[in-house]
Design a protein. Structure first.
Length: 162
């Protein structure tokens, strides 16, 4: 079947098998290997991408279901040589170790911050709830929460304060 979707701002049309998972379409068809494939059961969250701005586990979404939607992967977050505040937060607060879960965590955090733009400050409980569907086998999540908090604080700061 033919499917058309927008991936990282570019419209993509491709012939696919109806059963093709979005994670495999992104990685194998489009070569966007920043989205990791970890469990194929929706347990780990390493494959999280944004579909119409909402985090989804791409191992549970058929590519055909993504037709007509906008999909953002980790490749869309950095702008030129400038890291997104969430990415920079992971650097500043040591929010990663092996890095396998990091793309999914960053995409989930990006969606959380996008929803909260101009809103009340985030609590650690809200951050933990947002990432609760993702597994990091290397950390105790403390530095991941700190990284997302760092990014939220940067985005809340006046433009001259960043």
């Amino acid at each position: 079947m033919q499917v058309t979707l927008t991936v990282n701002g570019d419209e993509v049309t491709s012939e696919i098998e109806p059963r093709l998972l979005l994670v495999h379409f992104l990685r194998d068809t489009l070569g966007l290997t920043g989205t990791h494939w970890g469990c194929d059961t929706s347990n780990c969250g390493a494959c999280v991408v944004l579909m119409d701005g909402e985090p989804v586990k791409s191992c549970t979404v058929l590519t055909a279901m993504a037709g007509g939607h906008e999909v953002r992967t980790i490749e869309s977050v950095e702008r030129g040589d400038v890291l997104d505040p969430v990415q920079q937060g992971f650097v500043e607060e040591h929010g990663l170790q092996c890095g396998f879960c990091t793309p999914g965590m960053i995409m989930t955090a990006r969606a959380l911050l996008d929803r909260r733009a101009g809103g009340e400050p985030l609590t650690d409980a809200e951050i933990r709830e947002a990432i609760s569907g993702q597994i990091c086998r290397c950390t105790g999540y403390t530095n991941i929460v700190k990284a997302i908090r760092w990014a939220a604080d940067q985005e809340a700061a006046p433009a001259g304060g960043r």
